[in-house]
Ligand binder design. Structure first.
Ligand code: AMP
Ligand code: MN
Ligand code: MN
Length: 341
């Protein structure tokens, strides 16, 4: 039986996790690093990137921290945030690429084009759907945030962990757990949060910056989205959609809509919440949330070539808004139907 290149490549991917000790040894051994994370970065992506950027700088390393969107306006208060930059137009050689919180290599976006010669890829993530790309791979789907894995790495391996690093890790963990509410929040998560508070961070001030400082245009957007809200599957599937023209009229920027899907999930009786966003490239960004593990939105998104977690997943689907809405809502309704049997 012949083996395709893709099969051979996937067979070569490491199946077991590289220990945190081995990852720490690699961080110590090499000199230059590119710390990268996913497109449309969330608090876990940027908090993790900044925390590792600061830790590596403290170790005397040469560090680039690149994100396709640079540092988002709403996360500009994070201490050390200025180390995040847009990827450069020319390629740069680095010893180590450190990919954080990113379910597929492709979701690392334009920073991939800025990488010249590299020696080692390290992939640290908590998405179960991660195909384990890279040389040293540590995927822990039980961790509610990549920031939690990084706290364990820095603390257990005696790597730099100062107040600024801790504040970024807290932002990563707080945002990815829905403020310590999602079911993957563990006792360990609270222990880590407590340890971080003991470093001196001000949780009230940080939470206000994270959750009570939205620009007004975000709420104007919410007003429009609620007007477009629809229910399917006997009220168990709630969704709304944002046409590109509406986003332009409102003057909103992509980061403004993150989290608005939570208003749908918070409705009594709703099991699956879906947000559809028309992108300029002809694709529809689909964002899904579930309140019941039996309605696995990661499985639904995988069927549309996306991925994520059982209760929070996404995909980018080619087609018009109407076409993608019909297909994805039908899949969500079918998944809820299957729960009954
Ligand atoms: P979002 O709805 O964009 O907040 O994403 C929810 C979760 O799904 C996150 O953990 C993402 O990393 C993951 N995710 C979102 N979009 C994709 C995609 N196109 N491919 C793989 N994973 C995705
Ligand atoms: Mn993320
Ligand atoms: Mn995450």
């Amino acid at each position: 039986m012949s083996t395709t290149i893709a099969e051979a490549a996937s067979a070569a991917l490491p199946l077991t996790n590289t220990s945190l000790a081995e990852i720490a040894a690699a961080l110590r051994r090499y000199d230059s690093f590119a710390v990268i994370s996913h497109v449309r970065p969330d608090g876990d992506a940027l908090g993790s990137q900044i925390a590792m950027g600061l830790a590596l700088r403290n170790m005397g390393k040469k560090v680039r921290v690149w994100n396709e969107e640079g540092l988002l306006e709403k996360f500009s208060f994070l201490p050390g945030g200025e180390i995040v930059s847009l990827p450069p137009h020319t390629k740069e050689d680095v010893d180590v690429v450190l990919a954080l919180d990113t379910a597929t290599r492709q979701r690392l976006g334009t920073p991939l084009d800025s990488l010249g010669e590299t020696r080692l890829w390290i992939n640290i993530d908590h998405h179960a759907s991660n195909p384990r790309y890279g040389d040293l791979v540590h995927i822990d789907p039980t961790a509610p945030a990549t920031g939690q894995i990084l706290f364990e790495l820095l603390q257990s391996q005696d790597l730099p962990l100062d107040e600024r690093i801790a504040e970024n890790l807290f932002a990563a963990i707080s945002t990815d757990t829905g403020s310590f509410q999602y079911p993957n929040t563990t006792a360990r998560t609270f222990e880590i949060a407590a340890a971080i508070l003991r470093c001196g961070i001000k949780v009230g001030r940080l939470s206000q910056q994270l959750y009570e400082s939205y620009p007004r245009r975000r709420i104007e957007l919410l007003r429009v989205l609620l007007d477009r809200m629809r229910f399917d599957g006997e009220g168990k599937v709630a969704s709304f959609s944002l046409p590109l023209a509406t986003a332009n009229e409102l003057g909103v920027i992509p980061e403004d809509n993150e989290g608005l899907i939570d208003h749908l999930r918070a409705i009594q009786g709703v099991i699956i919440a879906i947000f559809f966003e028309e992108l300029a490239d002809g694709k529809i960004r689909v964002s899904m949330r579930s309140k019941d593990e039996r309605a696995d939105v990661c499985a639904i998104c995988l069927s549309f070539k996306g991925g994520g977690h059982k209760l929070a997943a996404g995909a980018r689907v080619p087609g018009t808004l109407e076409e993608v809405e019909e297909k994805v809502i039908a899949a969500a309704v079918a998944s809820i139907e299957a729960m009954k049997s």
